[in-house]
Structure formats: structure tokens, C-alpha cells
Design a protein around this ligand. Sequence first.
Ligand code: ADP
Ligand code: MG
Length: 242
Amino acid sequence: VEEAKAFRKQHKIKVYGTDVPNPFRTFEDLASPAYNLNPMLYKNLMTVKYKTPTPVQMQSIPIMLKGRDVMSCAPTGSGKTMAFLLPILQDLEKPEKKTSYRALIIAPTRELVQQIAREVKHLSEGTKLRVNVLTKATAADKFQTPESRQKFDILITTPLRLVYAIKEKEVDLSAVRHLVLDEADKLLDQGFLEQTDEIFAACSGSKIQKSLFSATFSSHVEELAKTVMHDPIRIVIGSKNA
Ligand code: ADP
Ligand code: MG
């Protein structure tokens, strides 16, 4: 415990919450029995050749692997995308034919959605997990039947496009068990709050891990987030709202 404290201090990781799992130190740690990372994911990690995990990755990944809800505040460019993707890919493991989407990732812009999708493709190579991307541009795909849209494990989308898809009954979110809000400060701000609310309501599963990632969290958004999360752990890297 003391060791974890010193390690966090050294990497400017602040944590708030109950029973916070220890951070990991090296990617090799993830291959050890303590984490038991899928060898395929480990191989993909080695292929991208990151030398060391970033602080937000060190602390968020063990928390998410334990199934806990998390709110992570870390600067732009600090590797938040991989911090939420890796534990989700580890949990989903392989395609599930009988259910629809099990992971839902929301980001405020089409560009971000596409960036996340690219990173999923690299990280999930060889797992056969199926990723679908909804943006305004694909809204015209009317020839896609509802059935053909269901054969995916992961959905990445903007909030507006998803709300449209929910209304049109294009997507079934009843099997979702991972919900990520990327750039959560924007998604929980006035401009998107109504859509984000509708999305939460459409995820009707009983046990959903919720993860919020952002470079900033206003105290208003923080209070709001607490009302939708279950016993969350909050992480702040560096200084808040830097
Ligand atoms: P954020 O969402 O925090 O702004 P990104 O997830 O977009 O940051 O990552 C920023 C860049 O850092 C990307 O090019 C990504 O590939 C890279 N990156 C992610 N993790 C690491 C790491 N552990 N070491 C080095 N680079 C990394
Ligand atoms: Mg990001």
C-alpha cells in the first residue's frame, strides 16, 4: 500500500474512492498472472512499441479490469484512449454471436470517433472482435437492415447519431456492459446532456461499467457524473483542469 502511494506520488496520480486497485508499472506486468492479459492483446501492445504506460493508463487499466466505474481526468495527449480500450477488449475477449453490442463508446465529434476506431482496430487485431462506427456520414446506409447492424461487439459513435439510431430502432443496446464517455466534460455539458441522458436510458442492461475520460471536469459535471455512476473511483493526473 505504501509502495503504491509512493509510486502514485512519483507519477502525479491522485486517486479518490474506496478500495482503489494498485497501478501497474510496465506493460510486461500486464502479461503476469496478476492481470492475465489476453496474449493477443499483449502482442498487439508490443507491436505498437510504446515503451512505458502513461500515468492515466497505469491507474485506469487496473481499475477497469476490476470492473469498477472510473472518472479519469488527464491531460490531452496522455493516452486516455488506450486506457479505456485495453480493459474493454480484455473483458470482451472474443466475438459473442448471440448478443448485440457489449461495449459502447461515445465521443463528441466524428473525428474523435474515427480516431478511436483506428486505435481499436490496431489493439484488437487477431481477436475477431467486430467494431461498428456510426457517424452522420453513415446515416444514409438505409440498405443496412437492423439485423446486419447487430453483428458487432463494439459500437463507437457520436451522441447525436446514436440518439437518431435509437429512435429509428437501428441499434439494440440491451446487452451493453461497458459504457465510455470520452471527452466526458463535453458530453455532460448543456449542449449534449439531453442526448447523453437518452443514451443512458437506452442502455437497459442491469450491470454496466461506466467510464468517463476527460482532460477537464468542472465541479458541476463531477456532481452530475456521481449521480449516474456506482461507487466510482476518481483519478486526477497532474493538476486538475490543467
Ligand atoms: P488523449 O485521449 O489523452 O488526448 P490519445 O489517447 O489520443 O490521448 O493519445 C495520444 C497519443 O499518444 C496517440 O498518438 C497514442 O498513440 C499515443 N500513446 C498512447 N499511449 C502511449 C504510451 N503508453 N506511450 C507512448 N505513446 C502513447
Ligand atoms: Mg482523447
